[in-house]
Ligand binder design. Structure first.
Ligand code: FAD
Length: 478
């Protein structure tokens, strides 16, 4: 008989709950292990950087598995059709193991899959993999989910976290079900998608993820609290694309951070890092309990804001030509690399929703198209935080001043110069607000405003008053 392991956004072979438990089951029940990935038809409809990164990560895990003589078969078509292909190829399909999704498209797909497995009497075993603390594991004493992070964090700290699961590669090899190709159509569909990949990613795959994690644990984590806000410094782990695609397990990452915490005197630095992992769990929990939060403000007080529709403004934000250097550098980093530093995500999201008064949903969707670490829960959480419509305790008065943010977090302008070459020769005195240069200074810097680099597209102070009035009125009306 055969036991299947269904790979999804968990593209690794280590510390993989579904794989680990399937191996135990296969040994006990004398079954072979069949690994598969299903290319959902929806995956072929849009192709963004995120898809590029995902398929390259999938190719990487398939390669590692193939080296261990454990083929990860690819099936395509609608879900039922893909499952039927597997069923027709194996003698007896006894059970399936996979790491489940609790929200969004993944949840709907899992429900459909469960119905099919149950009809076919295939035993299904599902696992929580993507988070340390699941969305139903913490409740307020009075019942119901937390909405305030600080209280959630207290409860989160008290919960025992799962530890990494060790998987023996030789054992894997001995259990694998082998047949060169299960679905030639599936291979072709995946081949076509891989043919569309054009980004020059150098570090995809589990080995690269672990290497980056080790480098971070050996050094940067002990300076994390102080350095994490400065985009010109490699102060954060940059592991989010791996976490998002499950190339690195959150348990392994957390476990390694705890090991550093035990040895180091820089406890505050490491603890701040661990707290970020709690934010990730928090936003997932909030999303699971507010499944409509991609479309609706979590805080009903702020529904119905009269957002501005201005295609030209939106386009200037997207293309990094707002005339605010830090915003422009950030948006160009996103375009070039598919990733953006956290401080800058806050700055550009505040700029779009507050300075431009453009709907946070528009920004959220643009990030969905642009980020390789796009995670619906964290992204919605981040956007609703920036727009002051979500779970944050700070009211809408928080409007980031982009120039102040730039002075504080990129004081020498190194980050700006790295992504906005037009400003390369602008002095530190003017790099955060080039419009303060005299004509002579512009000549000297080889940067004529309005020609080489735009003047600021809005007056921040004036826009701040408008946004505060708008939010106040909406709140009073609601
Ligand atoms: P590190 O600082 O090294 O943090 C370690 C890990 O903790 C991250 O990899 C991430 O998984 C988690 N984490 C850190 N900060 C947050 C946070 N504020 N919320 C949730 N998880 C966090 N993160 C995503 O993974 N995907 C998104 O689509 C996403 N969209 C965002 C949109 C906005 C508007 C904002 C303000 C934040 C968003 N974040 C998102 C959170 C955060 O910016 C990224 O997780 C972080 O920049 C990733 O870089 P890193 O791995 O170096 O983070």
């Amino acid at each position: 008989a055969v036991v299947a392991v269904w790979f999804r956004s968990d593209l690794r072979l280590q510390d993989h709950p579904a794989l680990y438990h399937a191996m135990q089951y296969a040994k006990e029940n004398d079954c072979a292990l069949l690994f598969f990935f299903h290319v959902h038809p929806a995956l072929s409809k849009t192709f963004t950087k995120r898809h590029d990164y995902f398929f390259r990560s999938l190719a990487a895990v398939r390669k590692t598995a193939a080296d261990l003589k454990c083929p990860v078969h690819v099936v395509s078509g609608e879900l039922e059709e893909a499952f039927a292909t597997i069923q027709s190829s194996v003698k007896s399909w006894q059970a399936v193991f996979y790491n489940k999704d609790d929200v969004g498209f993944g949840k709907q797909r899992d429900e459909k899959a469960e119905a099919w497995f149950s009809k076919q009497s295939i035993k299904s075993h599902t696992f929580e993999d993507s988070h340390l603390v699941g969305p139903y594991d913490i409740e307020k004493k009075s019942g119901g989910p937390y909405l305030v992070f600080s209280s959630y964090l207290k409860a989160w700290r008290d919960i025992d976290k799962p530890v990494p699961l060790s998987i023996e590669e030789e054992e894997l090899e001995s259990l694998a079900w082998r047949k060169t190709t299960l679905d030639t159509e599936g291979e072709k569909v995946l081949g076509d998608l891989l043919g569309k990949c054009e980004m020059p990613w150098k570090h995809t795959g589990e080995d690269a993820a672990r290497k980056r994690m080790r480098a971070f644990m050996n050094k940067a984590i002990t300076g994390y609290h102080e350095k994490r806000d400065f985009p010109a410094i490699a102060g954060t782990s940059r592991l989010s694309p791996y976490l998002k695609n499950g190339v690195l397990s959150i348990r392994t990452l957390h476990h390694e951070a705890l090991r550093v915490l035990e040895k180091t005197s820089a406890t505050k630095q490491v603890d701040t890092y661990i707290q970020e992992l709690a934010w990730r769990d928090f936003y997932y929990m909030v999303h699971v309990h507010h499944p409509d939060s991609k479309d609706n403000e979590i805080d009903a007080n702020y529904r119905g804001i009269p957002w501005t529709t201005n295609e030209e403004w939106l386009d200037r934000w997207k293309t990094g030509t707002t005339g605010f250097p830090i915003v422009d550098a950030a948006m160009r980093q996103l375009e070039k690399t598919g990733w953006m530093h956290n401080r800058l995500r806050m700055v550009v999201a505040s700029f779009l929703t507050k300075d431009l008064l453009i709907d946070w949903r528009v920004g959220e969707r643009f990030f969905e198209e642009s980020l390789i670490d796009y995670d619906a829960s964290s992204n919605i959480g981040g956007w609703q935080w920036a727009a002051s419509t979500g779970t944050d305790a700070v009211p809408y008065f928080r409007v980031f001043n982009p120039t102040r943010q730039s002075e504080r977090f990129d004081d020498e302008g190194d980050f700006i110069r790295a992504y906005v070459p037009e400003l390369k020769n602008v002095s530190n005195a003017h790099i955060h607000a080039p419009e303060t240069m005299s004509e002579e200074e512009q000549q000297e810097a080889g940067c004529i405003l309005g020609k080489d680099y735009p003047k600021p597209m809005v007056d921040h102070k004036a826009r701040r008053h408008i946004v505060l009035d708008t939010f106040k009125q909406v709140k009073e009306k609601n």
